[in-house]
Design a protein around this ligand. Structure first.
Ligand SMILES: Cc1cc2nc3c(=O)[nH]c(=O)nc-3n(C[C@H](O)[C@H](O)[C@H](O)COP(=O)(O)OP(=O)(O)OC[C@H]3O[C@@H](n4cnc5c(N)ncnc54)[C@H](O)[C@@H]3O)c2cc1C
Length: 467
């Protein structure tokens, strides 16, 4: 790889690839550097002896017409229509997901429901103050009873810290504008409507061969510009308020690449630590304080055509060690060989924990035992398994994280030719479409447009609602 590039993109997830794609289409010389042997990052699809699975089922959904059209064009002829049918499984019963309070109240019985409604009314009468934590936010909008039943255990399982330490910013980003009274009003209105309009909420388009196809197609279109796989960025040299070069290495060589501009989608705290000369102590300390939650994905292959009809099953109870399961066959029948299926369990943990370092065999055994006791399969039906450890899956928005975050952003803003994009790169709870949007806008900034990437994914509305 020789010569100077217009831009170097760090990381070949959807954000980095969308940036490189946009630059390539405008005939810019761009290079992408990715540490993994495959593109896609968190949105890749793993292929294992004829089975395919995402790192936790990925549903592409967007309100951004341009990004929706781009994905449809890239995957022309490869999309299938999948039914969205997700449930929460707890107390031996299924509840709707996203939680529909009317369904929850009916499922919990008269006494429990009366307690929930009474408790919620009490909460509404209290003076309102700005919620600081996830717990404050949910209790204010749904009442403490509903919080204890549906939110507390699951959130603590996902995040590994108690709900009063998880920033309200996270939940507000996910379920803006929703509360028990709004949900009940909505549900009653729907009961009155004879024909419900079809919404993307119930059906969605999914790539026949898994979500990873979006990244693969983007990477194809970046060509002939290079997408360097298996090279981990390890150094970023700067001087005079500009990034001068990045250095990356694989197992037997090291390369240094120079460009006019740099777009980074690699984890924000890692980027800070790679800068040379290093940032001030205060910035390095702030980077230490930003944490990600990691996940371990365990796919269990089953000798049966189908186990459930569900897209995702949420398992809030702590006695089940994983938090969510999906069956890729229900997303696309091409995800398993004919007559077989798979169940994919998501464990949430921190990379230093015991769960992270358990052997693949132990993890498969643990998963099968619990799937069997939940009634999903019998051990003698299991034909194979595969474990994938996924670092940096969820930016952990702890109460007070913003202070540290702003110290970092403030320091990095002095580099006039560096832009941060994507979920891990910006330390924001972005979905796929947001990640792509930041990449596309960063690329356009290099062509003279002016986009503030921090404004992506800030709209004040319930994130998944489509009317
Ligand atoms: C379990 C789970 C389920 C999800 N489900 C959905 C869903 O249903 N719908 C949805 O829209 N979104 C979903 N998401 C979010 C979605 O996965 C992300 O928004 C999207 O993939 C982020 O893309 P990105 O490019 O910003 O980041 P990433 O995918 O994290 O890309 C960053 C890339 O940088 C690379 N990298 C890291 N360090 C280095 C280095 N030193 N040198 C070179 N390369 C490096 C990484 O390997 C990676 O490829 C889900 C996420 C998770 C974890």
């Amino acid at each position: 790889m020789s010569g100077r590039f217009n831009a170097v993109v760090l990381g070949a997830g959807l954000a980095g690839l969308a940036a490189a794609y946009t630059l390539s289409k405008s005939r810019r010389r761009v290079a992408v550097i990715e540490k993994e042997p495959r593109v896609g990052g968190l949105s890749k699809t793993v292929v294992h002896r004829g089975f395919r699975f995402d790192l936790g089922g990925h549903r592409f959904f967007t309100k951004n017409q341009e990004i929706g059209d781009l994905v449809i064009r890239l995957l022309d002829g490869e999309l299938v229509l999948a039914r969205r049918n997700s449930k929460i499984f707890m107390k031996g019963r299924y509840f709707d997901y996203p939680l529909r309070p009317l369904n929850a109240l009916l499922g919990l019985g008269v006494c429990e429901s009366a307690r929930i409604l009474l408790d919620y009314s009490r909460e509404r009468l209290r003076p309102r103050r700005n919620p600081v934590s996830l717990e404050d936010w949910v209790v204010a909008n749904f009442g403490r009873e509903l919080f204890n039943i549906f939110f507390k255990e699951y959130s603590e399982k996902v995040w590994g810290i108690s709900c009063d330490r998880i920033s309200a910013e996270w939940v507000a980003q996910r379920i803006r504008g929703l509360s028990l009274s709004v949900a009940i009003k909505d549900a009653l209105l729907k009961l009155n409507r004879r024909h419900r309009p079809p919404t993307l909420i119930r059906e969605f388009l999914y790539p026949e061969k898994g979500i990873g196809r979006i990244a693969e197609r983007l990477a194809e279109e970046v060509s002939p510009n290079p997408v360097l796989l298996g090279f981990s960025v390890c150094g970023i040299r700067h001087s005079g308020g500009r990034i001068q070069s990045v250095t990356a290495r694989n197992c037997d060589s090291e390369i240094t690449v120079e460009a006019d501009s740099y777009i980074s989608s690699i984890p924000l705290p890692r980027l800070v630590k790679m800068l040379s000369p290093p940032p001030p102590e205060e910035v390095l300390r702030a980077a230490e304080r930003l944490r990600f939650r990691d996940t371990v994905i365990v796919a269990i292959m089953v000798n049966r055509p189908r186990v459930t009809r569900l897209s995702w099953i949420y398992l809030p109870e702590k006695k089940v060690p994983f938090g969510r399961v999906h069956e890729p066959n229900n997303w696309s029948e091409s995800m398993s060989p004919r007559g077989k299926t798979s169940l994919v369990a998501e464990y949430f943990c921190f990379s230093g924990e015991r769960l992270w370092s358990m052997s693949a065999g132990e993890l498969a055994q643990l998963t099968v035992e619990h799937l069997e006791s939940l009634g999903f399969l019998r051990e003698d039906e299991v034909i194979d398994s595969r474990v994938v450890r996924v670092p940096n899956a969820y930016p952990l928005l702890e109460v007070g994280y913003r202070r540290h975050y702003e110290v970092i952003l403030d320091y990095l803003s002095r580099f006039e030719n560096l832009q941060l994009v994507g979920r891990t790169g910006m330390f924001r709870y972005h979905n796929m479409d947001h990640a792509m949007e930041t990449g596309i806008k960063a690329a356009r900034n290099l062509m003279g447009e002016r986009h503030n990437l921090l404004e992506v994914n800030c709209a004040a509305e319930y994130i998944e609602e489509v009317r």
